[in-house]
Design a protein around this ligand. Sequence first.
Ligand code: ADP
Ligand code: AMP
Length: 212
Amino acid sequence: MRLVLLGPPGVGKGTQAVKLSMHFGVPHISTGDMFREALAKKTPLGLLAKEYLDSGKLVPNDITIGLVRDRLENPDCAEGFILDGFPRDVAQAEALEKLLWSLGVSLDAAIYICAGSDVVVRRISGRRVCEACGATYHVSFNPPPEDGKCPKCGGRIYQRGDDTEETVRERLRVYKDLTEPVVDYYKGLGILKTVDGEKDADEVLDIIISMV
Ligand code: ADP
Ligand code: AMP
């Protein structure tokens, strides 16, 4: 199964990607997670990505596309993948099509998860993440334990530095200007499926599985 997940920041792409990855037995590939891991390890990639993550802007395409190319060429992607946070603009979507064509495979679907901006802002502002395993929690909808330790791995649960009001505003602007056109791109390819992301996370999962 080869899927891309589209939708505004905070709509639940990562949450669904983890569930879909388990369901289909294929890797979850999140460019945001890859940049955050690189930053935590202070690699050259992470140090380069830092200013973009901090400001809510897109990391330049040559870097991001190269990163995804290397990842998709890994043997663990032979049977499929769930792409989360990529493609983020039409140039990335075109590069992905080219790459998949060169690998002799194609996407099964592009899943567009939508929700109103009030829901998205509420979800982002309450999001908490485990710094070790990336598990996602929410202060109201899926509260982390009071001791701040991840029940899955014991890692520290924190609030992402880019989940602040100012950066969220910029990320939503970038989404509207650059990422929303990707929805039309996949509509044009005839593989776009739209799901109401305001429903409960398990309901959203069932709907996605029934669509692909
Ligand atoms: P994205 O990857 O699209 O930025 P996340 O998957 O990280 O979004 O979800 C953002 C926040 O919303 C997280 O705190 C997550 O726990 C919560 N969340 C995700 N899906 C739902 C849902 N269907 N209902 C309620 N909360 C959700
Ligand atoms: P995310 O975890 O998807 O919310 O992404 C967090 C940040 O990582 C974004 O605001 C960008 O700075 C960067 N990023 C993630 N994915 C991409 C991408 N496909 N292209 C460019 N930048 C990205």
